[in-house]
Ligand binder design. Sequence first.
Ligand code: NOJ
Length: 542
Amino acid sequence: MECPSQRQPAWWETGVIYQIYPRSFQDSDSDGVGDLAGIESRLDHLVRLGIDAIWLSPIYPSPMADFGYDVADYCDIDPIFGDLDGFDRLLAAVHARGLKLVLDFVPNHSSDQHPWFVESRASRDNPKRDWYIWRDPAPGGGPPNNWISDFGGSSWQRDAPTGQYYLHAFLKQQPDLNWRNPELRLAMMSVLRFWLDRGVDGFRMDVLWHIVKDASLRNNPINRDWTSDRTERDRLIQTYSTDQPDAHKIACDFRALADHYGDRVLIGEICLPNDRLVQWYGTAERPQVHLPVNFGLMETQWNASALRRMIADYEACLPAFGWPNWVIGSHDAPRIAARVGDSQARIAAMLLLTLRGTPTLYQGDEIGIGEVCIPRDRVRDPQDLRQPELGIGRDRSRTPIPWDDHEFAGFSTVDPWLPLNDDWRDRNVAMQSRNSDSILSLYQTLLSFRRSHPALTSGNLTLIDSADDVLAYERQHGDQRLLIAMNLSDQMRPLPLSSLDQKLAGTDVLVSTLRPVTGGDRPHDETLEPNEGLILKIYGQH
Ligand code: NOJ
């Protein structure tokens, strides 16, 4: 693979990805659940926002035990979202606007309603038996090994008709596929071809580091550091159930297929420490996924020194040919504005869109949706229903987008499947579009600034020494030099200008998170206001 600096960067390197959670984007048929036609009707919001690519969470036929991450047919569309014709229309509409469309591919498990599993569980000698992971009970009875499901309880479910157990890393309605079976592998590669032939621009690959298991299914070691505020799954270290060498070979096969189609992207959902995460880039000769997802911003405490350390560590781990990426919200994690508050959510926007690498923006974060209280009788997330004591319910980041202040916020004409954010009458897309001080306007400014500044899309990054509570770095491309300085506190803090270099001739403020900057320049007194983030143009020599 060529070195990024010697070639035109790919769209997925310079572009910004926007995650749509289809159930909650826009309902077009008044059933309270979002759908493909609804997404199509709202594409202009994404164009105005200034993103480049859309990743759609799963839209395949599904009993929805895990809201689409339990796929019953990999090559069709769930009727709740539309049909294949509607998908083709959406894809054409996305492409007509110069955007890309990335689908969610769920390779680790199917639904227990998938015809493959229905066959597989029918008898021990069914031809598809080995497409899933079946084992006899342990000697003396009980599950074959000690593995724990991500959603709590054993990873094994006994199936009465044959007396064997099947493996499920998530819900029992999500049996794990057996990627050691060559026929299963071929069938799943055909699934990828089905969508690539239709014209999709790539895949986000769900829990990719899970897809292959230790061949002899050894017990996972006990995690001696486990504490009761952590999930039950974390009682064990997932040594044998995840991140197996053979999974990397399959990632190489995925990449070869994507490369064959050209200009497509593979984004791997992989939750591992940096040194193991970056293995999923593969090597320059045998590449794996383009973007192994970096969860650093979601996992790091919101303070300048912890973030600085995390950025430095991630950058240091990347292979020379590996392109970085960043994510700050998703349908699985608490909302960023709920985590850090309204003022710092604006800093988070600047951070996400100015670090080196591809950002992924989660729907609703552009209007700063914060904590949403889901009454217990409206909880839908299976993880929350199984483990309410952990308080890690995912519904609160999956609530519908409030588009305006009409009934049901313009999302639907009926009560939506999850409640809206409480403040939807004041916090909605229409209102924020009219307000140049809104977080939506800030996102638009940052996205358009980013698009027109190669220092941000492809320049290098140097972390700058700065005062406590200030996170600062320089981005540079050719003679374009930008200083990004963010105040993570609610007190005045100095701008770290003296750390830059001796020959600094001057700076201009180009973007502030606090208010629109007009006329390009703004006089400043070398301080950052409380909760202020600035992008400054630097004049000077290296
Ligand atoms: C990761 C997905 O993002 C999450 O929503 C899902 O529950 C699990 N994978 C299982 O597919």
